[in-house]
Design a binder for this molecule. Sequence first.
Ligand SMILES: [Fe+2]
Length: 357
Amino acid sequence: MSNLNNLLSVERIESRFADGKELSDAGAVTKKSPLSKIRIRHLLWIPSLLFTRTYRLLPSILKDLLFWLSIIHKSPASKLFAKTGYDEFRTNIDIKISSLAIKGAPANLRKDLESAFSSGFYSVNLSNLSKLDQLINDVINYSNSSHAGARPYFKDGKNKQIENSFSAYYSFSKQDNQKINSIIEKDLNPNFDYYLSALAGYKCKLRDISYSLSIVSGANSNDEMHQDTYASVAKGFLYLQDIDSDCGPFEYLEGSYIDASFRSNVTNKAVLQNDTHSAGSTRLREDTLENGMSRYKLKSFTGPKGLFVIANTGGYHRKGSHNSNKPRILLSCGVKRKGAINKLLINLFEIIKSAFK
Ligand SMILES: [Fe+2]
């Protein structure tokens, strides 16, 4: 392996983990209290908080009527709508609108972009990670870890604790996100933004990506095959270690995002069976998992450190099994999730802009 890919920070985390030391204690810098971190720009979150609060308070049928194209409305809230083609219809609308993200791209790229759009992923190997070392060391010191949705139990309502499950996600600061983007940009195909846009379903750029350092060991709630929501969402995984089939590789059911009929059937069934524990990110279990696995090809992203995968997590995906003594360490990342109307306006604007080029 080239020296350019050496990451002492990752080796340090591995040895702290092996010694059983608290990862959040790593380093000497004192963390700031949550109150001291509040900035004026955080006031901009108020409208979106109000939006989410209003959504939560509404009766199920009103949620289905008023929020039908919203990205936060992950699955039908009422059984009345779950018995209809409501979810399939809006999923198909999202697929159509998201596919417009390809239309503004240069003609010679469209075939490859369509293939990434249909499969649901794009990957590339980065060869120069060593410049990330300091940023990885720093983030453990200044950021408080969170589980970021990776819970130590399956979302089946039983709340049974998974033994030896460990998940810690450390979010990078705005400045460090841009530093990471500048570092990896040098190593990326110049057309990367087009692939990212095809998977996010709207025109976006590398600089829109924000990152977390993800340290995971054992199983967690992400081990179940699931969709994040009914609509396209772009997430990424930059491997900081060599990942084989025992190290929790990212796994994806190829082509599942564009299958509105199958996905909405699974979602409707979950709603009708009162499976509210999956919080709308519906899971494939038992017969449905078997059905999904036989329907789509399972793509398991094993590979060397530097493998960078971007996927549309509106399609089915999971963390593969982790049976290693070392934790799995990677940068997980994503761009903002957007609803269908937002995506449509952005994509139409880009198509018009490209027509005048
Ligand atoms: Fe997910």
